[in-house]
Design a protein around this ligand. Structure first.
Ligand SMILES: C[S@@+](CC[C@H](N)C(=O)[O-])C[C@H]1O[C@@H](n2cnc3c(N)ncnc32)[C@H](O)[C@@H]1O
Length: 346
């Protein structure tokens, strides 16, 4: 066990990123935790009851309790790290601005807390779906659910059976695999919310190769649904949100992917506030790009278009609006044939 420092807190954790090790700590997720702190600052609420359901070393919940004014209470919970959590709360006690408690319940037993929360963080190894099923019953209307999924093989289209079992959806390898994964995760969480007569409003996301992180505001159930399928050609980059059984570009039989979330992926006003509050270069860069991102489903990459046309790769900024999800990605309202025509003329 070693002492680490991140943000304003110092804490004991295991000096290795081994799955299942006591008080697992992944320094590579500092950016994601910085965004977490910014989000709580940006919503400008106080007196919140927070639950960091899978705390490990407690770094995330502790940072929220130390670096923000948002929480009246913060419960740090982990099945396996009770004594480390106690020590880490103790060593930061002078800085903590809320009432922090420590517990070691199974994350599937959120009823054991005996209360409902304004903020619940679900950060497991693998899929958050099972835990979301229980947490959804313990979160207030207007509350925030933060979720991480690290089972990217299922969500990014490399493990079809796992995707069907856990997410009740069809994914496959596409150029926009990470957006597809995020939308499939959101679809499943929206379905779970529906069981409790609730709905979801995505606030912001942070999607990387090894994880998807999303923050969702919980609202009342809505009468309309934001779930649909996408038709993807297996032979060329063409895809469509309209029913298209044969590819309008090459005639191949289309794959039907989803169901997936078709609503917005983030709240632009919130991202703008987070941007204004941010000082770190990486966070500023990310939020600045995200606040400009077009609200559209799926993106193309210059790599796939160049490969398809057997032409040199061109700059994505010339073809549409850029996306934080891929440095070579761009979003366009153009139909694929039109896009190909434009690409060839550039
Ligand atoms: C990825 S780590 C959490 C990392 C932490 N949130 C952070 O930001 O550093 C996942 C944690 O979940 C805990 N865990 C696994 N299954 C659990 C369960 N059923 N109930 C509660 N905690 C669990 C593990 O002990 C591990 O510490």
């Amino acid at each position: 066990m070693e002492r680490f420092r991140e943000g304003a807190v110092s804490f004991l954790a295991e000096n290795k990123q081994t799955r299942g090790s006591e008080a697992f700590f992944n320094p590579d997720r500092e950016f994601d935790r910085n965004l977490n702190v910014l989000l709580i600052k940006a919503i400008g609420r106080s007196g919140l009851d927070g639950l960091d359901l899978m705390s490990a070393s407690g770094v995330r919940g502790l940072r929220l309790a130390v670096e923000t004014e948002g929480f009246k209470t913060m419960a740090l919970n982990d099945l396996n790290t009770y004594s480390v959590l106690k020590k880490n709360v103790e060593s930061n006690s002078d800085l903590i601005k809320s009432e922090v408690s420590v517990s070691s319940f199974n994350a599937a037993e959120t009823y054991k807390f005996g209360k409902v929360f304004d903020y619940i963080d679900i950060d497991p190894f693998g899929s958050p779906v099972t835990y979301a099923l229980y947490a959804m019953n313990s979160i207030k209307l207007g509350g925030i659910l933060a979720l991480t999924a690290t089972d990217t093989a299922a969500l990014y289209g490399r493990a079809a059976k796992a995707c069907a079992l856990k997410y009740r959806s069809v994914s496959c390898k596409t150029s926009y695999y990470n957006e597809l994964g995020l939308r499939i995760l959101l679809k499943r969480i929206d379905e779970i919310a529906g069981i409790y007569k609730k709905s979801i409003e995505p606030m912001i996301f942070d999607v990387r190769r090894h994880y998807i992180r999303t923050y969702i505001k919980i609202g009342r159930i809505k009468s309309s649904t934001e779930i649909d399928t996408i038709y993807q050609c297996p032979e060329c980059p063409n895809r469509s949100m309209q029913e298209e059984f044969m590819c309008s570009n090459c005639g191949a039989e289309m794959n039907r992917l989803g169901p997936l979330w078709t609503g917005r992926l983030f709240d632009r006003d919130l991202v703008l506030k987070m941007y204004e509050l941010s000082s770190g270069l990486k966070e500023k860069e990310y939020l600045s790009a995200l606040k400009e991102e077009e609200d559209m489903i799926s993106y193309y990459t210059t790599t796939e278009i160049a490969k398809y046309l057997k032409q040199p790769e061109k700059k994505n900024g010339l073809l549409g609006s850029k996306t934080v999800l891929n440095p070579k990605g761009f979003r366009t309202k153009m139909a694929f044939k039109e896009l190909v025509g434009l690409y060839s003329k550039l």
